[in-house]
Design a protein. Sequence first.
Length: 81
Amino acid sequence: MILDLADLKSIQKFAIMVVNKYSRVDILINNAGVAINGDEAKTEQATTTDGFEIHFGTNYLGHFHLTNLLSDHLKKSTSSR
């Protein structure tokens, strides 16, 4: 399944696919992100699809939104992490 953490619609679509395909989620590892230095974004500030600063939107909001959308499925597994 495809997931773009810099796009809240992609995160929602991914979460819906997970919920429809699996009865529960045993583990969720939020271990992805971006790192763009000033040289790569000299002319303008890099942003997510939704207009957030790229680091904040991808590395924090993306993970938070995904975890929030899957929290009920995580709670279905007593050993979820």
